[in-house]
Structures are given as structure tokens and as C-alpha cells.
Design a protein around this ligand. Structure first.
Ligand SMILES: C[S@@+](CC[C@H](N)C(=O)[O-])C[C@H]1O[C@@H](n2cnc3c(N)ncnc32)[C@H](O)[C@@H]1O
Length: 278
């Protein structure tokens, strides 16, 4: 339904985990330290990569709501989390996990965030988080997210927002042209109005500063080498398909560009932590 398959999300998860900025996660952990229990909402959760990486840095009792509009991904998230936990029990729709001494309750919510962001975030959570979501969203939706989170008084932590940088090794004369066209495609509507695409990190920082939040940012680029050749190949295929769709680069150049086997790639991202001033 969403166009993101469990297979693609599993392929990118190791690169995501390596790329995240540890300093921002430590700052989030320090901000939430001392609370007896933490309520967290994960927007656009996919198969649960974000909870698997963030929860081990947070307190001993956590309650997560995983939100996505794709039922296939929510079901895959549930299965992946049951397998990830040290101990797990099921309680209807919800699951209760033990992981490295933490008690983590998880419930799943199928919601189109464009339709009901406010319902998904409501309930005074301590933290609203997301991974690889906001470059899909419009600047208006990002402002709406910041307003809604501020009205709940929650902290905000989002990782792996694409920032427009792509490099390929070995290089190709059309790399810059291809990246520019890919970035233009990133600005098309992904279900939230015209997407902020590579401008999303800046839009997030501005929106949360506008709500009086303290905003910290850090780069979180993917560094992908030949040991992850399938990921590199899928990135190149995805880039070529997006460029062909948006037009502007001649098909023979796209075909020649795609014909060069890349053995390494860097894809720029930004992590953002926005904390309410208490
Ligand atoms: C790039 S994937 C990231 C998934 C996951 N957070 C991760 O890091 O692996 C974007 C996710 O946002 C979800 N998504 C996109 N548009 C959405 C919408 N309008 N409402 C809810 N979820 C949406 C997709 O289904 C997908 O799971």
C-alpha cells in the first residue's frame, strides 16, 4: 500500500542503525532520564526499525504506539518485534516485550497521518519520534506536526531525514545531473502535499524553533560499501526510476548512468532533536 516493502526496510535497517548520530540519542536519553515510565509515539513506523534502535537508549518502562497507514508493515513490525524481544507476550492487538531489562509495551495504530496526525499524537506522550519520514512530508505538514507536538508538550526526535546529498563510487559524469533530478522528484507529492524533500531538515528546525523548542541537529549519512551491494544497486535503480519519472534527463544518459556498477555510496541525512523549554 505505501510503496515501502518489508524487504526494502529490512535491507536499509543496518545502514540506518550505523548512520544515526549517537550524540543526539544520548541527549534525548538524558532529557527523559528519571521518568518512571515513558510514553512514545512513532510516526510512520514501518516494520519497527526506530523502536528497535531507540528503545534500548531509554528508561526501564516504556509504552510505545507505532503508527503507520500500511497494514502489511504494521503486521511485519509486530512479527519483527516479537522475534527481537528477549521475552514477549501478546494481549489482543498489543504486545508486551522484555528487552535488555526493559519492559516495553507496544500497540499498533493504523492511521493516515495526513488525515489524523492530531489523533495519533494526542494523549500527552513524552516523546514523538520518527525515522525516514519527514522528507516525504510537506512544509505545511511539518509545521502542523510541530504545532501538534508543542501543544502536547512532548519532546521530538527524528532521524535519517534525507538532505539532498548523494555520492557514488566510481563516479559518472552525469552524477550531479542525476542527483539534481532525483532531488526534484523528492519534492513531488508523497501523500502530504508537495514534499519538502531535501529541505525537510531545515523545515523541521524552523518549525520547532517557531514553537519555542531547543533544536539540535547532526548529520547521519549512510556510508554504504560493497558488502551491501544489494542496497547500493537498489538505490541506483530507485534513483534512475525517479529521474525517468520526473523527466529532464535523456533516457540514454539514464541508461548509461545505471550501467556503471557502483561499489560505494554516501547518502546524506540529518537527525533532529527538539526539546521543549521546561
Ligand atoms: C521510508 S519508510 C520508513 C519506515 C520506518 N520508520 C523506518 O525507518 O524503517 C516511511 C514510512 O512512512 C509510512 N507512511 C507514509 N505516508 C504515511 C501516511 N500518510 N500515514 C502514515 N504512515 C505513512 C510508510 O508506510 C512507511 O512505513
Amino acid at each position: 500500500m505505501s510503496g515501502f516493502t518489508p524487504e526494502w526496510l529490512a535491507l536499509r535497517e543496518p545502514a540506518d542503525v550505523r548512520a544515526r548520530d549517537p550524540g543526539l540519542l544520548a541527549a534525548l536519553s538524558a532529557h527523559l532520564a528519571g521518568r518512571n515510565a515513558i510514553d512514545v509515539v512513532d510516526l510512520g513506523c514501518g516494520t519497527g526499525s526506530n523502536i528497535r534502535t531507540t528503545a534500548p537508549a531509554l528508561g526501564p518502562v516504556q509504552s510505545w504506539t507505532l503508527v503507520d497507514y500500511d497494514p502489511v508493515l504494521l503486521e511485519a513490525a509486530r512479527a519483527a518485534l516479537l522475534a527481537w524481544a528477549d521475552e514477549a507476550s501478546e494481549n489482543g492487538e498489543a504486545i508486551a516485550l522484555k528487552k535488555e531489562g526493559r519492559a516495553i509495551a507496544v500497540r499498533f495504530r493504523q492511521t493516515d497521518l495526513m488525515q489524523d496526525l492530531e489523533g495519533a499524537i494526542g494523549g500527552r506522550p513524552d516523546l514523538v519520534t520518527a525515522s525516514a519520514l519527514f522528507d516525504l512530508c510537506s512544509t505545511d505538514f511539518i509545521r502542523r506536526t510541530a504545532r501538534t507536538i508543542a501543544s502536547e508538550g512532548a519532546a521530538f526526535y527524528t532521524v535519517l531525514t534525507y538532505d539532498g546529498v548523494q555520492t557514488w563510487s566510481p563516479g559518472h559524469p552525469a552524477d550531479a545531473e542525476m542527483t539534481a533530478a532525483f532531488n526534484a522528484h523528492q519534492g513531488t507529492d508523497k501523500g502530504f502535499g508537495s514534499a519538502a524533500g531535501p529541505n525537510a531538515p531545515e523545515a523541521l528546525a524552523l518549525a520547532f524553533r517557531g514553537q519555542g523548542y531547543l533544536v539540535q541537529e547532526a548529520p547521519s549519512p549512510w556510508h554504504i560499501a560493497a558488502s551491501e551491494q544489494t542496497l547500493i544497486d537498489m538505490l541506483a535503480d530507485g534513483c534512475a526510476a525517479a529521474v525517468a519519472e520526473i523527466g529532464g534527463v535523456p533516457p540514454d544518459i539514464i541508461a548509461h548512468w545505471l550501467g556503471v556498477r557502483r561499489t560505494a555510496s554516501v547518502v546524506g541525512h540529518t537527525d533532529t532533536l527538539a526539546l521543549p523549554r521546561i
